[in-house]
Design a protein around this ligand. Structure first.
Ligand SMILES: [Ca+2]
Length: 201
């Protein structure tokens, strides 16, 4: 009997360990560090992809990829071209989307933040905005991307972006994130890293 109890105890401890380590390996929901290409772009559920049919007043070439060589850290790379006059509007909006593999509980969530890298030399005019659209329009908010930030070795500026939105209970199953050209002629890549949902500001 004693042996049986010990065996059961050992099995319980083992399964607890397996559960704990399995949990540790899983990426946190609502938080993307883009460590690998496979978990970042165009690789099925849980990765980002372009939604060209939803672009607004954007006609330039575009590519979404993963890059870890430019800044020595894995991140999303979005190649943009706002040079066509049709794209040089106050609101020229290419969009990307993600379908979440596990729905995300939005209770007490009121911000989406990320690091944004852009090259001030890749344009003569304009600036960027960013917009978030959640499942069935919740959450929905946009902000100007700040121009100020840390200047990197290659001349890019790294800026901290925060999109605040109204807290509303529910579960998020997918969302769109756009980088909007505002009266700009920017041609070149921008980078996005450390994207995460967080509490209200
Ligand atoms: Ca990263």
């Amino acid at each position: 009997m004693k042996k049986l109890i010990l065996t059961i105890l050992a099995l319980c401890l083992m399964s607890a360990f397996v559960f704990a380590s399995g949990k540790k390996d899983r990426a946190p929901v609502g938080n993307w560090t883009f460590d690998t290409a496979e978990t970042s772009v165009d690789n099925g559920g849980g990765t980002f992809y372009l939604t060209k049919s939803e672009f607004y007043q954007y006609v330039g070439d575009i590519a979404l990829s993963w890059d870890d060589s430019t800044f020595g850290d894995g991140m999303l790379k979005l190649d943009l071209d706002f040079s066509d006059p049709e794209s040089q509007n106050d609101w020229s909006e290419p969009k990307m989307a993600i379908d979440l593999p596990v729905s995300f509980n939005m209770r007490n969530i009121g911000t989406l933040s990320f690091d944004f890298y852009f090259d001030p030399e890749a344009r003569t005019i304009g600036s960027f905005k960013t917009q978030l659209f959640g499942t069935q329009g919740v959450p929905h908010a946009n902000v100007d991307i700040p121009e100020e930030g840390e200047t990197m070795e290659n001349g890019f500026v790294k800026t901290a972006v925060v999109i605040p939105f109204d807290v509303k209970a529910g579960f998020l199953t997918d969302f769109r994130l756009s980088i909007i050209g505002s009266n700009t002629d920017y041609i070149g890549p921008v980078y996005i890293d450390n994207l995460k949902f967080g509490p209200p500001q």
